[in-house]
Design a protein around this ligand. Sequence first.
Ligand code: DC
Length: 224
Amino acid sequence: MNKISPVITIDGPTASGKGTVAHRVAKQLGFQYLDSGALYRLTALSALRKRVALDDEAALAALARVLPCRFVHGHVLLDEADVTDAVRAEAVGVAASQIAVLPAVRQALVELQVAFRVAPGLVADGRDMGTVIFPDASLKVFLTASAEARASRRYKQLIEKGISANMENLVKDLTERDARDSARAAAPLKPAPGAYILDTSEMTAEQAVQKVLGWYADACQPQA
Ligand code: DC
């Protein structure tokens, strides 16, 4: 029998820590990991480099459909060039959020995302993993944190990488991005029905990982 591999979805706003948590949960379970935001970021980076306008829906969807990307040992490759740091730049994140409102772009990335579902399982993080891409997931989590907690985590990450940052601008960017991701008509950011809500403002990443693993263990228990 061709049994479909289990999926854990971890959706949430930008800088909520979902990437770190999803990656660690995948590692613990020996599952594949999908950072769906990276696909939107790669499409945006490709558009910026090719000077495709960020509102040219047809041209952006065409780029997304044949995105020449690979994920190798934690590195992101575009056209075989290492763009791991380039895709994380704030400007690319903002551009990704802009193109993510376009339904044709979202549609163009569906197949690529679904292809990550392989044995023994997948942990997928993003905005619409539980609502649109994997509605039959075994466990759905909505990970969130206050705008201040998220801005301060992003600030630390940027400073550690030697990139200068300003807290006030970060809070403003996060709030604008949240508003755009939540208000859009196509696959808006919102908890999936049945999702567990996890506010990590006062939690370490490890505590959040243990919480998700506990929920997954419960979800795998045979029903009495
Ligand atoms: O998770 P991230 O910050 O890397 O995502 C960048 C942008 O991509 C985010 O602002 C919205 C968009 N995105 C999306 O619309 N749907 C997803 N599943 C993942 C990301």
